[in-house]
Design a protein around this ligand. Structure first.
Ligand SMILES: *[C@@H]1O[C@H](CO)[C@@H](O)[C@H](O)[C@H]1NC(C)=O
Ligand SMILES: *[C@@H]1O[C@H](CO)[C@@H](O)[C@H](O)[C@H]1NC(C)=O
Length: 244
């Protein structure tokens, strides 16, 4: 997986349940700071110590990040009434990833790629205040927009978002703070995964304590729909590989 394991954003919106951007990035969100420091490909454990141990590993790419290397979508609205529209950024790497990495495919239309989904990320586990040591994953089920916000919130999920619900080893699961920007990927063809979504927002339960589940797993989680941003992506990443 090469793209966007590290696009991270947080802020909070209230309507019905809280809708929450799932992790740290931009300064317009008080209380959270920009955390992107290094872009790492090829490691599941991205703690500093393990990253430093792998600087000479031929199967790992470690590229230092500098602030100007990010293109934030010019129409990103943030939260509040903005509803986190155009919730996508592109990190421009200063050097290529090693050739052991193959770029994930991107859909020009995701209709054929809504099965065998996995959500991936280092987001908080049960809302403890630290990230898991290793990348975690859950099995995703695509939820159509009409069903997506049924029951609790304004129904106007735009076409530029998509929704999914998750299970992990038979239990319901969810993305969580720290997962933002992470991928929702179809492994229908395991040798050619297709990334259909970027983790965007979740519903939060109120008044939970560290160690308890803080995300409402009964409601779908909302993703930026990659196919809606193919032009934006191609403008800044002309080598991105799109499939029908
Ligand atoms: C790099 O990956 C190749 C292919 O999977 C493997 O044979 C080799 O042992 C790996 N090298 C290191 C240092 O992990
Ligand atoms: C941002 O919005 C303006 C006004 O609607 C539009 O002209 C422009 O193309 C949008 N930018 C992107 C990258 O979509």
């Amino acid at each position: 997986m090469t793209r966007v394991t590290l696009l991270l954003i947080i802020s909070i919106v209230t309507f019905g349940l809280k809708e929450v951007k799932t992790s740290p990035v931009f300064q317009d969100d008080p209380g959270f700071e920009t955390r992107i420091q290094t872009v790492v490909a090829g490691l599941l454990d991205v703690r500093t110590e393990n990253v430093n141990k792998n600087r000479d590993n031929p199967n790992v790419s470690i590229i230092d990040y500098e602030n100007q290397d990010i293109v934030i979508h010019e129409n990103y609205t943030g939260g509040g009434k903005g509803r986190f529209l155009n919730d996508i950024s592109i990190i421009k790497l200063r050097e290529s990833l090693k050739t052991v990495f193959k770029p994930v495919l991107l859909p020009s239309d995701d209709e054929k790629h809504r099965v065998k989904l996995k959500g991936l990320g280092w987001g908080l586990y049960n809302c403890k205040d630290y990230s898991p040591e290793n990348l975690r994953e859950a099995d995703g089920k695509y939820i159509d927009l009409a069903t997506c916000y049924e029951g609790y919130a304004p129904k106007d999920i735009p076409e530029s978002k998509l929704c999914a619900k998750f299970t992990s080893e038979g239990n319901s699961a969810s993305v969580a703070p720290g997962d933002s920007g992470g991928p929702l990927v179809s492994f229908q063809n395991p040798s050619q995964p297709v990334q259909i979504g970027l983790t965007s927002t979740v519903s939060f339960l109120k008044n939970t304590n560290p160690g308890e589940t803080c995300v409402n797993k009964d409601t779908p989680q909302v993703y930026t729909r990659v196919s809606s941003f193919s032009q934006f992506i191609m403008q800044y990443a002309p080598n991105a590989q799109f499939v029908q």
